[in-house]
Design a protein around this ligand. Structure first.
Ligand code: DQA
Length: 157
């Protein structure tokens, strides 16, 4: 089983950007922690970061037939991108939306997520630990999907 982790604009600047909001951890360190959880659960994980909306849409489309689930922090595109929302809906894969900060405690324009309605769940305000929770949540979803598929195949025998 494979999970694709997609990181939106400016998340490559973690550790440098607005440390009071996002903390001092770098994106590579977050990914190293996620990789560990994946390994412990025999799951393959791929990491992708882009500052460009179209590249994120392309990556989501590539997940079709390649990945079983998506963990995504769409960053600023959370609040603006119908294209990213439509791409997630199009591939019909379970997705979990992550935000380091609690977007509801921040400026009003951050309160609305266009992405959340097409996601299985949303984790926010937990800092880097939110990504850890997202991995655990996604592994749980994938195990449930696999169990349902297995039960269906056995019922057809
Ligand atoms: C963010 C929240 C967004 O509003 C912001 O544009 C980001 C990061 C977060 O992880 O808290 O870039 O997605």
């Amino acid at each position: 089983m494979k999970i694709t982790v997609i990181q939106g604009p400016n998340l490559n600047m973690l550790g440098i950007r607005e440390q009071g909001v996002y903390g001092s951890i770098k994106l590579d360190d977050i990914h190293a922690q996620m990789e560990q959880i994946a390994k412990q659960n025999n799951i393959e994980v791929e990491f992708f970061q882009s500052n460009l909306e179209g590249e994120i849409v392309d990556k989501i489309q590539e997940c079709l037939g390649d990945s079983d689930g998506i963990v995504i922090n769409p960053a600023a595109y959370t609040h603006t991108s119908i294209a990213i929302r439509d791409a997630i809906a199009a591939v019909s894969l379970p997705a979990i939306e992550v935000h380091l900060s609690n977007i509801h405690q921040r400026e009003e324009f951050r309160h609305k997520s266009l992405i959340a309605p097409v996601c299985a769940g949303q984790i926010l305000g937990m800092g880097p630990y939110g990504y850890h929770l997202a991995m655990i949540g996604m592994i749980q979803i994938l195990n449930e999907v696999a169990a349902i598929k297995k039960a269906r195949t056995e019922a057809q025998k």
